[in-house]
Design a binder for this molecule. Structure first.
Ligand SMILES: Cc1ncc(COP(=O)(O)O)c(C=O)c1O
Length: 366
């Protein structure tokens, strides 16, 4: 039996009739940018997250960049981001002309460490981008307390955590604003690119709507300069269907993760993700010292794995000009050298889950 790391076609086939019909309706309606379907998705997603406003956009990277610009962050300002995440979170800071400042992550949770954040705060710090990495919420209580104390904006990167809850509130409703990705592999994935910003700040939402649509209040009335970053109605129609199943799919991820954790916890040499009811396992990442050997072993048994991510951000060539040493971010450096992601998508069959457990067990002679 072979086990794919992810198979998007399976989920499509599960919702095919509904999605096909919704997309056909958009096509037949003759309205292909903005309009009622996009507005309906924004309203339903805001309700689901539990915020007043959802502003859809082209992707999560755009959403984060728009937020930094809307907060007036630019040259001379500093923004703190985790040293271990997808490059987007640092990229957007540079894109607006501000300085990226890295904070290390927590050794068991892999999300940004509030103590490390505080050690990096200076008079120039304007915001913190916190990432609910792998689908596990950050320690938002401590982070919001820091933000209050130092008067900082907290932007949640929810790209990997659509539907996750922290203290009974969904992520995306806790910081000052948040950005989501609907990239196809995400827990709520479109059939192409897509993104959204969520916030309770009405004035911010109005500004973002302008900024994401060339600064137009209405046609040809450009109040400010903006950009073009839009979710199209075909994607919105598909997302409206998929949103109905998100909790069910996230629960299935949790079930698979619990099975892995209960089996692997018995094996010497594996560190499992620390169990948490809040985790929705976009990624199930184990830590092993001999990662390459385990990856090759699983590949021999036709079990696909992935690495998220092989380098911490300060180790990337893109940030060599900052002249940082990974020794300053030991937890990030360690995770980058040991993480291995196992298949955890909701459509995995029980047999496939058993096969992953068997394959890993054979490696550890169990
Ligand atoms: C944590 C994180 N942030 C941001 C992004 C960027 O999302 P998008 O591709 O929608 O810009 C990703 C996508 O992989 C991500 O994993």
């Amino acid at each position: 039996m072979s086990v794919p790391f992810i198979d998007l076609q399976r989920q499509y086939l599960e919702v095919k009739t509904e999605v096909d019909n919704a997309i056909k309706e958009v096509l037949a309606g003759g309205w292909y940018i903005g309009g009622a379907v996009v507005a309906e998705f924004e309203q339903k997603f805001a309700e689901y997250i539990g915020v007043k406003q959802c502003i859809s956009c082209g992707n999560c990277t755009d959403g984060l960049e728009l937020l930094l610009r809307a907060y007036g962050i630019g040259p001379g300002d500093e923004v703190i981001v985790p040293a271990f995440t997808w490059i987007t979170d640092a990229e957007v800071v540079s894109l607006v002309g501000a300085k990226v400042v890295f904070a290390d992550i927590l050794s068991d949770e892999y999300t940004i460490d509030p103590v490390s954040i505080e050690s990096q705060i200076t008079e120039k710090t304007k915001a913190i981008i916190v990432v609910h990495l792998y689908g596990r919420p950050c320690r938002m209580e401590a982070i919001m307390a820091l933000a209050d104390r130092y008067n900082l904006k907290v932007i949640e990167d929810c790209a990997q955590a659509a539907g996750a809850k922290y203290n009974h509130k969904r992520v995306g409703a806790i910081g000052h604003a948040a950005a989501f990705s609907f990239y196809p592999t995400k827990n709520l994935g479109a059939y192409g690119d897509g993104g959204a910003v969520t916030t309770n700040d009405e004035a911010l939402a109005t500004k973002l709507r302008l900024m994401a649509n060339h600064g137009q209040k209405e046609r040809d009335n450009h109040i400010i300069e903006g950009k073009n970053s839009r979710l199209d109605p075909i994607q919105a129609a598909a997302l409206l269907i998929k949103l109905k199943y998100l909790d069910q799919w996230n629960n299935r991820r949790k079930v698979i993760a619990a099975q892995y954790t209960s089996q692997f916890s018995e094996m010497d040499g594996i560190i499992c993700p620390q169990p948490s009811d809040d985790h929705i396992y976009h990624i199930y990442g184990i830590r092993v010292e001999n990662r390459e050997a385990l990856k090759a072993h699983l590949s021999h048994y036709k079990i696909q794995t992935a690495i998220h991510y092989p380098k911490a951000l300060p180790e990337l060539a893109a940030y060599s000009h900052l002249k940082l040493s990974i020794d300053q971010y030991p937890v990030s450096g360690n995770l980058a050298s040991q993480e291995l992601s196992l298949p955890v998508f909701p459509e995995l069959t029980n047999d496939e889950v058993a096969e992953v457990i068997r394959g890993v067990g054979l490696f550890f002679d169990k």
